[in-house]
Design a protein around this ligand. Sequence first.
Ligand code: GLN
Length: 550
Amino acid sequence: MTKYIFLTGGVVSSVGKGVTAAALGRLLKERGFRVSIQKLDPYINVDPGTMSPYQHGEVYVLDDGAETDLDLGHYERFIDTSLSRVCNVTTGQIYSEVISRERRGDFLGGTIQVIPHVTNEIKQRIGLVPKATNAEIVLVEVGGTVGDIESLPFLEALRQMRSDLGRENTAFIHVTWLPHIGATNELKTKPTQHSVRELRSIGISPDVIVARSDHPVGDDLRGKIALFCDVEPRAVIALTTTSVLYEVPLLLEHEGLGDYMTARLGLESRKTPDWTAWEDLVNRWRQPRPQVRIALVGKYVELQDAYMSVREAVRHAALAVGVEAEILWLHSAELEKGKGWEELRAADGIIVPGGFGSRGIEGKIAAARYARESKVPYLGLCLGMQLMCVEFARTFLQSEDANSTEFDRSTPHPVIDLLPEQRGIGNLGGTMRLGLYPCHLAPGTHAADAYGQPIVEERHRHRFEFNNSYRDSLGEKGLVFSGLSPDGRLVEIAEIADHPYMVGSQFHPEFLSRPNRPHPLFKGFLEAVARRAGVASPAPAHKREPAAKA
Ligand code: GLN
């Protein structure tokens, strides 16, 4: 019998419900259980793939090509298991399924209603998770905050699941926020009480309250929350803000959440959690390390959530290399106006991440030119790879009009062009080249060196690619095609010969970086950055050679 843990949020959003779910997943995995996590998003978009990062933050991509909420990134980084497209459900998906079934006549003339038709579809989707992922325990996080109109059908479906499956197979965790009043220096529980009351009014009584706060929570406050919210005092889990994200599982373990949840669901732990590696990771994170500066030249830099996985991948790699990376968030459109160049020049390495649309493109190309000419380590992620190739073409074909056809349809040198299979696609949702594809590496290149293996698989999300008619002319000039699709048709990684590290990947390596397993391309980049900053031990001789041509 699958066990379900439902997580709801109260008081305010952005208090770390996703990280709490991810960390609890880790607590249960450490006890020997197969765990999966699902996010229910109340918006009407079918998936976040068509949403602006300003609205939604990063779009996270899974192995199977699903474009998902960024919380799935937290889940995968913490539980280190590849999730499935059934792990992210939106109101849009639920309604489009129910409506298309109605159009087919599946409901035999009945009136289609939120209860039971929409709630049944929600329950059906939750039930798919154990089937698709073989999980014994499924954590289900409901997006938004209790009290939102749009999350009501989800909460009603969860309420029904408790009656359908029984209390011993379902548990509710409510994650809330304790505001701090500066004048009296105290934490307040009233908003938590109110949001639990709201939850109860729709028939859900939480079993556990995770009380987030910026300040330590005393026993008196715990007692008060337990009393007013009708949970056991040990079911009040205080989670104080930490500067190290990956400490959250340790904090929750210390608070007894893992033992409480297993007991509550009538489960017997299969093994004693071994936190040695996590503790070591967090300890190393806290140690002072030599600083390096990395410029992230992007379009959505005001909202760092838009580059969540890139930021985490940089942190993982920096930890492995033994440096601390300060990220300088530079707006590419500002570079175009001549602003921000001092910061760019102060950086020891440059990342140009993924993106869409023409705003700020010339700023990114200028950053790539500076990185190539000044031999500053550069990592291009998807769009960052494409623009690195555009810059190279502009210089070596002596045509400043070289471009990607995404930005200039009539460019004389379409170095980056639509994938053939993308031509004629009208629908924007879920139609890119998405998900895991294999890539063969050319020996003797930075990429092959970084990976240390000949074939890799990486996650993609793009419509455009390197145009093969430029392979010979640009290859002669020193653009190295270090990663190709198995049939040799698609350029998956490009790099610049005779450069300390200028590598661009058509895929998104950031999605496969894990705290204890940094991504090789990020690690190779950080090593080059550390060498440039003069804070690394000298590289082994073979790494100092310029990359050979493929
Ligand atoms: N806009 C580019 C494309 O569609 C790059 C996409 C990306 O960076 N994810 O190919």
